[in-house]
Design a protein around this ligand. Structure first.
Ligand code: APR
Length: 314
């Protein structure tokens, strides 16, 4: 039988999300992990690696984590997940992070270009849609191998609030959030179902509107509670779902910020749409038929993304 090589997952940024990504990667036995950060955070990533390796006996997994500040350790990665950057503080929008996180992304993208040009790269740093665009341009990655994580998390928030409102199992909630990772993202209520029943038949309009609002502001709600940073469990789990679909060639259909080339009337921008993720990376971008009000909401979301992306100086 042919030998299969252990996969390698590099996590650029070993902070709150990075640490959770490392733990989830090894608990799911996805592969060995490099938890990478700047030299000032060397102790942090070496400590997290040691801490996680020490619990492998409890959980019984064979994957290993190393903490590193050397790009050479990232070489040959199958997957790279980027969380390098500053998170929001209360009162900030994701766009307020643009200048500081763009500087960081410029370094990170060069590192990936030099050391892991064949990896499937998932960006999590905010402002999401602009950061993934900068990454794509600077690292010169193939369009199918670079993607932004936002839709899985936004959709998961939407599903969570629906299940809570109905006091029903989340396993039966099917839904989709399209568009940019900002306050005007587009939860598609008309397409959502619970156990095959249209959501619009199960909840009144005012409840649905409250769920849409809470989904859109889901990140800010957590920033206000945490005060020193933003969500980390959800972003980590959502990114791992995407990485796993690539590594195991699961071909899941997940919403993600992918390069659009005419779909939804958008060309040359990364924007949230359902995509199929498999061994080929982003194997398909799926177009959902929208009515006029959904199209208008998506256009509003796109204009916000476009404004931020167009202000990016590479
Ligand atoms: N290379 C590698 N790592 C870096 C770099 C760099 N050039 N610059 C900063 N970092 C590291 C920081 O040292 C820190 O350990 O990125 C890590 C970020 O971790 P946190 O501050 O804990 O932030 P986190 O909550 O993980 O969020 C990271 O994801 O969701 C987004 O808005 C969020 O942009 C933010 C990012």
């Amino acid at each position: 039988m042919a030998q299969t090589r252990k996969k390698k997952i590099s996590l650029i940024g070993g902070g709150q999300i990075g640490g959770n990504l490392a733990l989830l990667s090894v608990q799911k036995n996805l592969g060995d992990v490099v938890l990478f950060d700047i030299p000032a955070a060397e102790g942090l990533v070496k400590g997290k690696a040691l801490d996680i390796n020490q619990l492998s006996a409890v959980d019984g997994y064979d994957s290993r984590v190393i903490g590193s500040t050397d790009w050479k350790d990232v070489a040959g990665s199958d997957v790279v997940i980027i969380t390098a950057g500053v998170p929001r503080k209360p009162g900030m929008s994701r766009e307020d992070l643009l200048d500081i996180n763009l500087k960081i992304m410029k370094d990170v993208a060069v590192g990936i270009k030099q050391h892991a040009p064949n990896a499937f790269v998932i960006n999590v740093a905010n402002p999401l849609d602009a950061m993934v665009y900068a990454l794509y341009k600077i690292a010169e990655l193939p369009k199918n191998m670079v993607v932004g994580m936002a839709g899985v998390l936004d959709t998961s928030r939407f599903k969570c609030f629906v299940a809570e409102a109905l006091n029903t199992s989340i396993a039966d909630v099917e839904a989709l959030v399209l568009g940019g990772h900002g306050d005007d993202m587009v939860p598609l209520v008309r397409h959502a179902t619970v156990g095959g029943v249209p959501l619009t038949e199960l909840l009144p309009k005012d409840k649905l509107e409250a769920i849409i609002k809470r989904t859109r502001e889901g990140g800010a709600e957590l920033v206000a509670l945490y005060k020193t940073g933003s969500a980390y469990f959800g972003p980590a789990a959502s990114s791992i779902a995407m990485a796993e679909s690539f590594l195991l060639d699961r071909k899941r259909v997940l919403p993600a910020a992918a390069l659009l080339e005419g779909q939804y009337g958008i060309n040359g921008y990364f924007f949230g749409a359902p995509v199929q993720i498999g061994a080929g990376g982003v194997e398909k971008v799926i177009t959902v038929q929208l009515d006029d009000s959904e199209k208008a909401a998506l256009e509003k979301s796109f204009q916000s993304v476009k404004k931020t992306v167009d202000s990016v100086k590479l």
